[in-house]
Design a protein around this ligand. Structure first.
Ligand SMILES: Cc1ncc(C[n+]2csc(CCOP(=O)(O)OP(=O)(O)O)c2C)c(N)n1
Length: 410
């Protein structure tokens, strides 16, 4: 041990040394105090951590029929989605580290929850994301490179929400739940639900994290959805942390059970099991489209990386917890399942890896060559129509810029 190490005082965080009250802290490699990796008997699951089909239970049986719709091509498509989305996300992270993006919120570990939900949606169904829903965006057909613009600071969103039925990312926690319910009520006013026409009937899916469930907006949205019987599915990705705040700082009753108090069903699904996420989402979306009203889905999952590239989870999270979740990896389990069933083989997997490399190259190039927008453009899309305040601000900004031109002439 070097002199420097001997002289170093115990770190004042809870991972080593002592806690603020003087008691010894838990070591980084001790097991978590309580097992947050077990979703309990209410959780719908079809594939275990090893990629084996688990027997259908009373809890999972209402959803099992939806798996019949998944032929080999659909299953392969889901695994391909998982692999490509993970690769896209890793490239976003790398681009941030290389100074090409200001920030990146990684979805590492949450791919299955999102791909399952995204694949269950029909083209006319509308998604309202937070800022981490890259997998849903992928399934809704948003070009992945377009997700980078806002994080690069060159636009306010980067895609046409109406074209993909995928709203712009929302940074204000929980706010998108209100947007989603508002849109769902619009669907009701237009009569675009419960007609029996599969091309017309529409549902909305609004996504948030566990932290979002503590927000006022979230709770207001659920009240409105319930009393209006709106065609909306609330999809909570319980990734166990809201930045540094664990679940027990956010609720005393888990999100899926709180749905009961609002007056609609809540279901907990294994968010690392893509086919379970798909089946539960299909059921909830069909219920919404046919006039049955809202459902809350809690996808029990884990944020494997940092909250964003600005965060350092080693300051508040013990690594033993992460190690347990690594064994529940959503891609490993789907890969094992499809290999064991003979639905994919090594050649197929190698081809998808090659496709992932190509995707990474494409988005890197797109990111680095994104043009800087004219400054005036920041005023262009604030409101759908002309707005006096925005016009005044734009004029003030133009005058400010013109001041620099004068300076250059002197
Ligand atoms: C209204 C509001 N309050 C606080 C923040 C700061 N903030 C950004 S992310 C975050 C935690 C969100 O956690 P969670 O909802 O679990 O989503 P996750 O990022 O884990 O997916 C907070 C508090 C914010 N963006 N908006």
């Amino acid at each position: 041990m070097s002199d420097e190490e001997v002289a170093r005082p115990a770190a004042p965080n809870t991972l080593e040394g002592t806690q603020p009250d003087g008691t010894p802290a838990r070591g980084a490699h001790e097991p978590p105090e309580k097992d947050i990796t077990d979703g309990g008997p209410d959780m719908v699951q079809f594939l275990d951590g090893e990629g084996r089909r688990v027997p259908v239970t009373e809890v999972s049986s209402p959803y099992a029929a939806y798996l019949d719709d998944l032929d080999d091509e659909a299953l392969k498509g889901m695994l391909r989605d998982l692999i490509l989305v993970r690769r896209f996300d890793a490239e976003g992270f790398a681009l941030q580290r290389q100074g090409e993006l200001g920030l990146w919120p990684s979805l590492l570990g949450q791919e299955a929850a999102q791909v399952g939900a995204g694949r269950a949606m029909r083209p006319q169904d509308y998604a309202f994301p937070g800022y981490r829903e890259h997998g849903v965006a992928w399934c809704k057909g948003v070009p992945p490179e377009n997700l980078l613009g806002m994080f690069r600071g060159v636009n306010h969103g980067g895609w046409d929400s109406g074209e993909h039925n995928f709203h712009l990312y929302t940074i204000v926690i929980g706010n998108q739940m209100l947007h989603g319910v508002g849109y769902a009520m619009g669907v009701q006013f237009d009569g675009d639900y419960a007609t029996g026409d599969p091309e017309r009937d529409t549902a909305v899916m609004a996504f948030t994290g566990d932290g979002g469930t503590a927000q006022g907006d979230y709770n207001e949205a659920l009240v409105f959805a319930a009393v209006k019987n709106a065609p909306v599915v609330f999809f909570v990705q319980n990734n166990h942390w809201a930045i540094s705040q664990p679940n027990d700082k956010q609720f005393t009753v888990p999100p899926y059970r709180r749905a009961d108090g609002f007056g609609f069903p809540g279901v907990r699904v294994d968010g690392n099991d893509v086919i379970a996420s798909y089946a539960v989402s299909r059921a909830a979306l069909e219920r919404a489209r046919s006039g049955g009203g809202p459902t809350l889905i809690e996808a029990f999952t884990y944020r494997m990386g940092a909250h964003t590239t600005s965060d350092d989870p080693t300051k508040y999270r013990i690594s033993a917890e992460v190690d347990i979740w690594k064994k529940k990896d959503p891609i490993d389990r789907m890969r094992k399942y499809l290999l064991a069933e003979g639905i994919v083989d090594d050649d197929w997997l190698a081809a998808v890896e090659e496709e992932a490399d190509e995707l990474a190259r494409r988005i890197r190039h797109a990111c680095q060559t994104m043009p800087d927008p004219p400054h005036e453009e920041m005023f262009t899309y604030v409101y759908a129509e002309q707005h006096r305040l925005v016009e005044r601000e734009a004029a003030e900004f133009a005058a400010y810029q013109a001041g620099f031109e004068d300076e250059g002439e002197r």
